[in-house]
Design a binder for this molecule. Structure first.
Ligand SMILES: Cc1cc2nc3c(=O)[nH]c(=O)nc-3n(C[C@H](O)[C@H](O)[C@H](O)COP(=O)(O)OP(=O)(O)OC[C@H]3O[C@@H](n4cnc5c(N)ncnc54)[C@H](O)[C@@H]3O)c2cc1C
Length: 544
């Protein structure tokens, strides 16, 4: 294959995986002067990084069981506030003791935070209830820590942009399907274009796997056994921010014990279920009931609030013991491990980076980049902790919920240019995204702009966005239905996957409204041929 879309033939480093870790590594290595290629089998940040809870950890969650992870979190929390302020909403965090929570855990919490270097203030309850009136009035103690809300897609995009400015390239929808070894050396890698089926072969000097929960599968392509212990976690998206502060239960980590305000919504999570298959990210009904049951200990009116959808992500947990069978996911450390396959397996130019948190992605990338540079004889220091990422705004201020409204009003306001009223996505914003990213799916648009993420969940805006895709270069792909029709079908499949498990009460009404618009008015079922026995719009994969 040749042409502008062909992969570069000669690169120093191939990075497998375009989540936060891979993007951070691309940036780090590019800044040290290496020419790198990153590939992802899906859209960038569509793996666990695009399906996580949204919390920039202070480390408070790990102080009892995993002090090393707690220390790493607070150090990187400080770094990310410096280099990526526009990706962070500085909500602050609370650790609260609800009735029945263990007194010894609560009593030890401030001391453990101090030991890990996490600022922790014991707050008067009156001030807590004044700030967060929806909280359970039975809460008997509350601590403030520097948790925050962290936007993953913007963060990944900013890392990639910095790398692109230094000659490194990131390509979505390119899957590593083969790794050819020449004894103790990776000789070449086969990369398939997921959309066209074309396969290319490249010969990088080093390959780094940053494939998260899929790292074991990538290693297996090189005939290496890497025991991962994928842990599925389900989260619920509510249609309102019942809290402006991240709220954690002050007890050992468990299900349904954190609520994170994220843009216009709030997300309750998570569960922890060991799965064999990292692609198993379906939210189960039992998990949803468990989450709501625990969540109402924090917010007693939770059952009366509307759940917009459920989604799940898979933790990239690495456990050297996992070969013996599924481990207790919450007992596996959230710290990360950089694996030099030369020392472990005798393959000199292969490295894996596994485990960790999104909060610690930069540190993970730094340590992996140090190893890569040592192998290639490059002696340049890491600069990613000090240099501010691109697109952080001239003021370098934290994101504020009113940012988009203020910008819209400054531009004259009104509804005419708004494509998505819930998330205030304007026509120029969407045009800019499409100009850069076509061909792309509406789910890619959702990740890139937040279109369709608000209370109507795309019922109105997706039709408009599909209209904007129509007729663009790259909108006609093969002989199938027009790209805009296919994009709508794919998006509705995806939405149905996230809403069918929570379709009751007012959300059921909302689902009927969307169904009426898409099936009744637009006749979306005429755009696809369902498989025998399949309800139109029922199958499909992608983020929930
Ligand atoms: C439910 C849940 C909640 C979480 N909440 C938090 C939180 O609040 N705060 C926090 O800091 N962390 C949180 N985490 C952890 C955090 O999300 C992950 O540690 C982090 O996102 C992992 O990023 P990554 O880049 O390593 O992996 P990923 O984001 O999964 O990226 C790996 C990429 O590799 C790609 N890939 C796989 N195989 C191939 C192949 N053969 N070829 C090409 N590409 C391939 C995948 O498509 C994927 O995009 C949570 C995790 C889960 C599951």
């Amino acid at each position: 294959m040749s042409g502008p879309d062909a992969l570069p033939r000669t690169v120093d480093v191939l990075i497998v995986g375009g989540g936060a870790t891979g993007a951070g590594l691309l940036r780090d290595l590019a800044r040290r002067g290496l020419r790198c290629l990153l590939v992802d089998k899906g859209d960038l940040a569509s793996g666990t990084s695009g399906r996580y809870h949204g919390l920039l950890h202070s480390g408070g969650r790990y102080v009892a069981r995993d002090p090393q992870a707690a220390r790493e979190c607070i150090l990187e929390n400080v770094v990310l506030r410096r280099i990526a302020p526009a990706c962070i909403e500085d909500t602050g965090g609370l650790f609260v003791a609800t009735p029945g929570d263990p007194e010894d855990y609560v009593a030890a919490f401030p001391g453990r935070c101090a030991a890990a270097g996490i600022p922790c203030d014991d707050l008067p309850l009156a001030s807590v209830f004044e700030r967060e009136p929806a909280l359970n009035r039975g809460i008997w103690r509350a601590f403030r820590v520097p948790d925050a809300s962290l936007e993953p897609w913007q963060l990944v995009a900013a890392n990639l942009r910095d790398a692109a400015g230094r000659g490194s390239v990131a390509r979505p929808y390119r899957q590593v399907v083969g790794i050819e070894r020449n004894g103790a050396f990776v000789a070449s890698v086969e990369i398939a274009d997921v959309r066209s089926g074309t396969v290319e072969r490249i010969a990088p000097r080093i390959v780094v796997t940053a494939a998260g929960a899929w790292a074991g599968r990538v290693a297996a392509l090189a005939a290496i056994d890497l025991p991962m212990s994928p842990g599925k976690g389900t989260m619920l998206v509510y249609n309102q921010r019942m809290t402006d502060t991240v709220v954690n239960r002050c007890k050992a980590p468990s299900d349904g014990d954190i609520m994170v305000p994220v843009h216009t919504v709030a997300i309750l999570g998570t569960t922890e279920v060991a799965v064999d298959d990292p692609d198993d990210d379906e939210a189960g009904p039992d998990e949803i009931e468990a989450l709501v049951g625990e969540g109402e200990k924090l917010f007693p009116d939770l059952r009366r609030m509307r759940i917009l959808r459920a989604y799940a992500g898979v933790r990239p947990l690495y456990s050297a013991d996992a070969v013996a069978g599924p481990a207790d996911g919450r007992a596996i450390s959230r710290s990360h491990v950089v694996i030099d396959h030369e020392r472990r397996d005798g393959v000199s130019n292969l490295v894996s980076i596994v485990g960790g948190k999104l909060t610690t992605y930069r540190l993970m990338a730094e340590q992996a980049a140090d190893l890569v540079c040592a192998k290639l004889g490059v002696d340049r220091p890491c600069t990613t902790a000090d240099e501010v990422l691109p697109d952080q705004g001239s003021e370098r201020a934290y994101y504020w919920l009113g940012d988009r409204l203020a910008a819209h009003e400054a531009g004259g306001g009104g509804d005419a240019e708004l494509i998505c009223e819930c998330e205030l996505v304007s026509r120029p914003m969407l045009e800019g995204f499409l100009a850069e990213r076509m061909p792309c799916s509406l789910d890619d648009v959702r990740r890139g702009t937040r279109l369709g993420m608000g209370p109507c969940q795309g019922a109105f805006c997706m039709i408009r966005a599909a209209g904007m895709i129509a007729g663009r270069d790259g909108s006609a792909v093969g002989d199938g239905p027009p790209a805009e029709a296919q994009a709508l079908v794919d998006f509705m499949r995806e939405r149905f996957r996230g809403t069918r498990s929570i379709a009751w009460g007012r959300q059921l009404q909302e689902l009927w409204l969307s169904t009426g618009i898409y099936w009744g008015v637009l006749g979306i079922d005429a755009l696809e041929t369902p498989a025998p026995g399949q309800v139109p719009g029922e199958a499909g994969d992608g983020p929930g």
